[in-house]
Ligand binder design. Structure first.
Ligand code: DGL
Length: 282
């Protein structure tokens, strides 16, 4: 493993770009590989076993492409697969944790709302997080089915998206929430709408920047931080229709991106054995 290998980052779709952006900001010299598993999104309503299988398949692809570390930029995949990935692969695996701790530290009303997928809220990881946080605040949990699909479609502030968001956020506000935790990496893309809905008295937190700092720490510990040379290169793949996904990803990233098709289905092990790069096209 050498310091000039890339960092692999993945999510069920375009949501993890909210984390990738923070990693790129924190570590501008690192080469980054991003996989949007949009062909299999949303993860949030699938079984833990199905999500784990996707996480394993994508991690294999990233490692085959030379990743020195893997970032699970998806809260749902973290709950379903982080433990397995850490046991199975000999690279640093950095995963998500909803920003419940900072929310408890900063709430003044004592009421914190957490927006996440059903599977994240049902995961052992999340139960352990809540147990660790003790009695610091009243924590209201809100599953948000349908929101990931809105973001995948690039509908960040359409009327249907606003209506769906309002149905999730307003009940939390009525109960005195002054701190909202975005426990899904797709939701920071909706933060401007959420903020306008909640008003200036409500803090909206996500954990992208904290995860980026954690990536830095883990790489530094392992002696794997890239040396400050030229700017890092960021490359993108998707299991969804690349032309369509490209439009949404370019909008979210703020630049015209090249997005390659992910050629994994069933071929991973064979392709690896044959020494073939399976993240083709870049
Ligand atoms: N971005 C994923 C997360 O953080 C979305 C999961 C999904 O696809 O439902 O949970």
């Amino acid at each position: 493993m050498t310091a000039n290998q890339p960092i692999g980052v993945f999510d069920s779709g375009v949501g993890g770009l909210s984390v990738l952006r923070e990693i790129h900001r924190e570590l501008p010299h690192e080469d980054l590989l991003y996989v949007a598993d949009s062909g299999h999104a949303p993860y949030g309503d699938q079984s833990m076993t199905a999500i784990e299988a996707r996480a394993v398949a994508i991690t294999e692809l990233l490692l085959a492409r030379g990743a020195k570390a893997v970032v699970v930029a998806c809260n749902t995949a973290t709950g379903a697969a982080a433990r397995v990935l850490r046991t199975r692969y000999p690279v640093p695996v950095i995963a998500m944790e909803p920003a419940v701790k900072p929310a408890i530290e900063q709430t003044r009303s004592g009421v914190v709302g957490v927006l996440a997928t059903r599977q994240t809220l049902a995961s052992h990881n999340f139960a352990r997080l809540l147990a660790r946080m003790g009695e610091g605040a009243e924590i209201l949990l809100q599953a948000c089915p349908g929101l990931v699909e809105r973001v995948e479609a690039g509908e960040l502030d359409s009327e249907p998206t606003r209506a769906l968001l309002a149905s999730y956020v307003e009940p939390l506000l009525v109960r005195g929430t002054d701190t909202l935790v975005l426990g899904c990496t797709h939701y920071p893309h909706l933060a401007p709408v959420i903020r306008s809905m909640a008003g200036p008295g409500v803090a909206v937190l996500d954990s992208g920047a904290a995860v980026a700092r954690q990536v830095r720490r883990r790489l530094a510990e392992a002696g794997l931080l890239a040396s400050p040379r030229q700017a890092g290169r960021v490359r993108f793949w998707t299991s969804g229709p690349p032309a369509k996904v490209r439009v949404v990803m370019s909008r979210l990233w703020g630049a015209d991106l090249e997005v390659h098709a992910l050629a994994d289905d069933g071929a991973t092990a064979q392709a690896r054995a044959a020494g073939v790069w399976v993240l083709e096209g870049a």
